[in-house]
Design a protein around this ligand. Structure first.
Ligand SMILES: NC(=O)c1ccc[n+]([C@@H]2O[C@H](COP(=O)([O-])OP(=O)(O)OC[C@H]3O[C@@H](n4cnc5c(N)ncnc54)[C@H](O)[C@@H]3O)[C@@H](O)[C@H]2O)c1
Length: 318
């Protein structure tokens, strides 16, 4: 049994990771300030004696014992990370320093949840880890993109200077149950709009593509990365290479929900990447043949069922 700290454990991805690691018999400490996460996501775990929930803001240091640390704390949706851009940078940078400090004191392994956003608006397609990216350092998304890029640098600096056992994954667009109802990311937006019979908003002409990874595939990749040999640090892309236009996604969601919603087009926001698709060769090679197994339609069905139930609970839908 390991003692595993998960920062951002009450969020969408973090709460799935808490469940998975508890199921494996580990002791899990969840650190969160509930900015975008919520107690509801992990409430069912509170009776488990192996689960500890600590309300903590990662911009302040925190000390506890740990064998492994997953650093996930950071708002991931543009609506939230742009709300207070300075705080977003502090969370990424100071949060990484504080978690790396904890790893150093404990001799723990530490994994950073980085992002495909480090590639910015990529000029190489699909994106391999060797691509250094095309990021606007002063744009609207910079607080998130550059914060995450700095965190990657910090992880490698702690490795070089202190020999820490670090791991970096670059997560591509992930969706699934437990996403925040008002998350603002495309999959949850489309599903909630369709279920409520509201217009489905597409920014731009809908021809821009994204890849969508179901959360279970990501969690499997994360756990395999943490268990990988010491000399494999990453960064490694974890995502689903299937590529869909926004129009295709909207069509699928309308079909699966049986919604009468129509599509409404709005201007494209600044620095919106045109295409994003992971090259997952490295993950396949180093993570025991890891690859996504959940098809978009299957993942969407599960996510739609979750949002239907959530909207019912909130009394917004019969
Ligand atoms: N979901 C995706 O598609 C995706 C893609 C790339 C990277 N990621 C990364 O994965 C991680 C988790 O993302 P998610 O989708 O679960 O988002 P999320 O917003 O649901 O989870 C983030 C969690 O971090 C917590 N948090 C934020 N600031 C904090 C602070 N200062 N101190 C303590 N806790 C704080 C939030 O309350 C929340 O519980 C993030 O680091 C994100 O950048 C996610």
């Amino acid at each position: 049994m390991k003692r595993i700290v998960i920062s951002g454990g009450a969020g969408f991805i973090g709460s799935h990771l808490c469940e998975r690691l508890l199921r494996e018999g580990h002791n899990v400490v969840c650190l969160d300030n509930y900015f975008t996460g919520c107690r509801e996501n992990i409430e069912h775990l509170l009776d488990d004696p192996n689960f500890e929930l600590v309300e903590h803001d990662l911009i302040d240091p925190y000390h506890t014992e740990a064998d492994e640390i997953y650093n996930l704390a950071c708002p991931a949706s543009p609506v939230y990370y742009q709300h207070d851009p300075i705080k977003t940078i502090k969370t990424s940078v100071l949060g990484a320093i504080h978690m790396l400090g904890m790893a150093k004191r404990n001799g723990a392994r530490i994994l950073q949840a980085s992002t495909s956003e480090v590639y910015g608006d990529p000029q190489v397609h699909p994106q391999p880890e060797s691509y250094w990216g095309n990021v606007n350092p002063i744009g609207l998304r910079a607080c998130y993109d550059e914060g995450k890029r700095c965190a990657e640098s910090l992880f490698f600096s702690y490795r070089m200077q202190h020999g820490l056992n670090v791991k970096i994954i670059r997560i591509f667009n992930t969706y699934g149950p437990k996403m925040n109802l008002e998350d603002g990311r495309v999959v949850s937006n489309f599903i909630v709009q369709a279920l409520l019979g509201r217009p489905i908003t597409i920014y731009g002409d809908g021809s821009q593509t994204r890849s969508f990874q179901y959360v279970d595939d990501l969690i499997e990749g994360m756990v395999r990365m943490m268990a990988s040999p010491d000399d494999f640090l990453g960064p490694v892309n974890i995502g689903n290479p299937g590529e869909f236009t926004m129009l295709e996604l909207a069509g699928l969601v309308i079909g699966l929900t049986g919604s009468g919603s129509h599509i409404e087009f709005k201007p494209l926001p600044e620095d919106d990447p045109h295409q994003r698709r992971p090259d997952i060769t490295l993950a396949r090679e180093h993570l025991g043949g890891w690859q996504p197994t959940v098809q978009l339609e299957e993942g969407l069905r599960k996510t739609i069922a979750y949002f239907e139930e959530l909207l019912r609970k909130h009394g917004v839908r019969a």
